[in-house]
Design a binder for this molecule. Structure first.
Ligand SMILES: Nc1ncnc2c1ncn2[C@@H]1O[C@H](COP(=O)(O)OP(=O)(O)OP(=O)(O)O)[C@@H](O)[C@H]1O
Length: 264
């Protein structure tokens, strides 16, 4: 079954198109890496799939349903979390919140079964040993893994991740990429991941989509990551270099971190 299908999808803000005429489909279990420069429309596409943004023309389906009818199937990890770090929540409590909000309202007392599930999911992302540490005291990579665990609490069939590696150092990037690989291998969850730097994620990506206000290319990584295609968006200095049997994509692109994005 197709997890996501878009047919001639144009997404607008106040009647003006931000992303035009996108057609693609993603099968269940596949991971899509969504690549493009600042302002290309990556977050816009992700938020539309998640039903946070509804102004579009054309067709968009998530597991055969309109996005707003598929919300319970979707987990969303925004580019910048909206947790107030002055509130002293532990890693476990942050993860458990993913189970509570799914029920439609926040309880003060977290049910025991939710806490048990949160412990299991924290262990899955390799953070069982820091469950009682304060979220705000964790490293950037650990925080990102906690947020992934929180999104897994709702047992999503589709996980949407907005720049999960941004603002992380190379070793933390590798940690988070390894967890994304594990989610794909062991849980078979379909993922759409936006990124400026595709290299740490190439192992997890089955499909790559390059956008720049419109669809530039969509296909298997080796089909999209070609010099001519990359240069058409990032300029003549961009290139794709094979290193040790793997592709390495040099775009010279710099990510500008931004806040917001909404949450499920
Ligand atoms: N809420 C909004 N209202 C109006 N225009 C918006 C809104 N959000 C985004 N846009 C515009 O839509 C276009 C695409 O923005 P989007 O944030 O989706 O790009 P992006 O590829 O995610 O960029 P970045 O890499 O910087 O995160 C931009 O021109 C942006 O200014």
């Amino acid at each position: 079954m197709n997890a996501v299908t878009a047919e001639n999808l144009t997404i607008l803000y106040d009647g003006k198109p931000a992303l035009e005429g996108v057609t693609f489909s993603l099968e269940e279990g596949e991971t899509l890496l969504l690549l493009g420069p600042n302002g290309a429309g990556k977050t816009t596409l992700l938020r539309t799939i998640a039903c946070f943004h509804r102004e579009y023309t054309g067709d968009l389906y998530v597991f055969g349903r309109k996005p707003c009818r598929a919300r319970e199937l979707i987990g969303y990890v925004p580019q910048s979390h909206s947790l107030n770090e002055r509130v002293p929540l532990t890693a476990l409590e942050v993860v458990a919140m993913g189970g509570i909000y799914r029920r439609g309202f926040a309880h003060f007392k977290i049910p025991r079964e939710t806490l048990l599930k949160a412990e299991e999911v924290l262990g899955f992302v390799g953070l069982g040993s820091v469950k009682d540490r304060l979220f705000r005291e964790l490293s950037g990579g650990q925080k990102q893994r906690v947020l992934l665990a929180r999104a897994l609490m709702g047992d999503p069939k589709l996980l949407l991740l907005d720049e999960p590696l941004s603002a992380l150092d190379p070793s933390a990037r590798a940690e988070v990429a390894a967890v994304l690989n594990k989610i794909k291998r062991e849980r078979g969850i379909t993922m759409v991941i936006t990124t400026h730097d595709i290299n740490p994620l190439l192992e997890v990506g089955d499909r790559v989509m390059l956008i720049n206000k419109r669809l530039i290319a969509f296909g298997r990584p080796e089909e999209v990551l070609q010099d001519s295609i990359i240069k058409s968006v990032y300029g003549p200095l961009a290139r794709v270099v094979p290193v040790g049997g793997k592709l390495f994509c040099i775009t010279g692109d710099v990510h500008i971190h931004k806040r917001g994005g909404g949450e499920l």
